[in-house]
Write a protein of this length. Structure first.
Length: 263
């Protein structure tokens, strides 16, 4: 019985073979919701606004995404802590540890916890950057070009659209447009496959991963509108937005780095 349960977990949730399914997508979504609730309570306890972590959290996102990309390209080994869901657990533990350590340092030395946290994350990234020795310029420019072309529209109109005047809202949308750009270039031009259930189905129906752009724009702007309209607590509101930002940038960076190292 225990062997069967262990095998079921291994087959459906660890190493993600044969990839994302409806079952593990739902389970991971529930787990993510629980984690977000716990983190919200954590921010209330430490009396910090999640918006302040928008920049400090980026090196940690890069750490997790680049480690996963190095696994994709056979540079790092395929082990539990470097693939889904292990890499998310590892990155989360490191991020929260750095946050509390930085807050402690601020109390003792008066050093802004956000700078200390950013520095800690940057140090973590050094080994990954070292191993990313070979970068293909063409897919790099293609992804950045696609992202810049679409994102520039929203940057230009941000002051004319209330929802985009908020910095966290704009960054969350741009992060997901980066994810859409990396997916579009990788799938349509380099033969990669979309792993997630809904995007994979829509890409198949449309015959192109360009469908990710309208999908991301509609879903993310809709979610941000609901958050701004119906949630009054700033910590809850900004934590949800930060979570949306991370959920866009993390897979986007992983796809981007995998592509430019392996194309």
């Amino acid at each position: 019985m225990l062997d069967s349960i262990s095998q079921f977990i291994q087959d459906n949730f660890l190493y993600l073979h044969p990839g994302y399914t409806l079952l593990n997508t739902i389970v991971f979504g529930i787990i993510l919701g629980i984690i977000v609730i716990i983190v919200i309570k954590m921010f209330k306890y430490i009396k910090k606004d999640p918006e302040g972590l928008l920049i400090p959290v980026i090196p940690f996102i890069f750490f997790g995404s680049s480690a996963r990309a190095l696994v994709d390209n056979g540079i790092y080994p395929l082990v539990l802590w470097l693939v889904t869901p292990g890499i998310y657990v590892l990155t989360g533990i490191l991020t929260i540890s750095a946050l509390f350590g930085s807050i402690y340092l601020q109390k003792k030395k008066g050093f802004d916890y956000r700078y200390a946290m950013f520095a800690a994350g940057a140090v973590l990234c050094i080994p990954n950057i070292f191993y990313m020795s070979s970068i293909n310029l063409i897919p790099f420019l293609e992804v950045i070009g696609a992202w810049a072309a679409v994102s520039s529209i929203f940057v230009i109109i941000r002051n004319k659209w209330d929802i985009l005047k908020n910095k966290l809202n704009l960054c969350a949308l741009l992060a997901h447009l980066f994810d859409a750009s990396s997916t579009f270039i990788a799938v349509d031009f380099y033969g990669y496959g979309e792993q997630h259930v809904l995007p994979n189905a829509l890409t198949g129906l449309a015959g192109t991963a360009f469908v990710m752009f309208p999908l991301k724009i509609a879903v993310i702007l809709g979610a941000l509108y609901v958050i701004d309209e119906y949630i009054e607590d700033d910590i809850i509101k900004n934590m949800l937005k930060l979570a949306i930002f991370i959920l866009g940038l993390a897979p986007g960076l992983r796809n981007f780095l995998s592509l430019i190292m392996g194309a």
